[in-house]
Design a protein around this ligand. Sequence first.
Ligand code: LLP
Length: 387
Amino acid sequence: MADITSLLGSIQNIPTPFYFYDLELLGKSLDEVKKHGLTKGYKVHYAMKANANPRILEVIRQYHLGADAVSANEVKAALAAGFPKEEIVFAGVGKSDEEIIVGLSNDIFCFNCESAQEVEVINELAGKMGKKAKIALRINPNVDAKTHHYITTGMKENKFGLPPKEIDQVIDKLPQLANIQLTGIHFHIGSQVTSLESYTQLAQRANDFNVYFRSKGIELQHVNVGGGLGIDYVEPKTNPVPDFKSYFEVFEKQMKLAPGQELHFELGRAIVGQCGSLISKVLYNKEGETIKFLIIDAGMTELIRPALYQAEHFIENITSQSQAFETYDVVGPICESSDAFRRGIELKQSKRGDLLAIRSAGAYGEVMMSRYNLRDNAKTYFDVDLG
Ligand code: LLP
């Protein structure tokens, strides 16, 4: 595997912090998606929000995944990366008129709609453009994904998806919506989901809705069960590739599709999460009253997940020659107390100038960078270019 630890000779002069991507590992994850998902005829749309780096998109496209975009700019980035327009879905709870027009003018595969009002707006805009918009209804299935509440999306108190009570309202209106073609239903229960039981429940709910639409005389072409499969943040080196086999098997076992109906997925984190590391230099060792701090040159500006979701990423010192271990709080340079990566972790004895690798940063890392404190954005490097 082209891990950063085998490339130390080539990275010494790269300014830190930077993102490092192991494209070989990305390929391994995609091989598994292909083996256990694509070969069964499932369509997997890559959730670009997890990582929209053009080089990453290029690799993913080579595996013939579609794209799940959540903004007009993501639609454009998908097209630029070579995703065919008929393999792009456009999701999002608040698409603006301008963004809908971008989707319509590019004749994308479908809009995942989240309210009755949005369906009407798309109908109106499509009418003005002389188009017929393909849509899927995102339904809130009220399934507990058992993950952090900030990334739970499929409970009835979440803002996402059509409340089931609005379904009939949309179905009754459809005959008057001349510029809409309802082609599917869509669900997404949340992110970093590790309970396969939640997916079993989702599959059963999806089956119920599928049957309901059929009972209303609507033949859906596809059922999209979203994404959310979690990765191992605790032991990323032991489990670099998520268990796609078990994940897809849940749906293979549970879904009751009508003949010809397609099953779609929208995976992001599980595909790209483990292939990225944030590499940062130790700036200072600081002995507090009770705590030894390692102050590093990456902060919440480069990786906001710990500050935003109390996420814990595996960290290792990749250059220390020391055999001794110490307990540290690893913190960033930003003027916020929440700018801490890990508290009380054991690392090889670390000193100014050592490099730390913050693992599992391939998803929701680079894309969520900010320029707070007017910091420069971290650059990205790839295994295939180093060494
Ligand atoms: N489909 C929809 C409708 C979504 O909202 C999401 C993620 C996905 C698919 C992809 O989910 P994934 O397979 O990547 O879990 N920034 C947070 C995660 C936010 C996820 C938002 N929606 C984090 O860093 O944990």
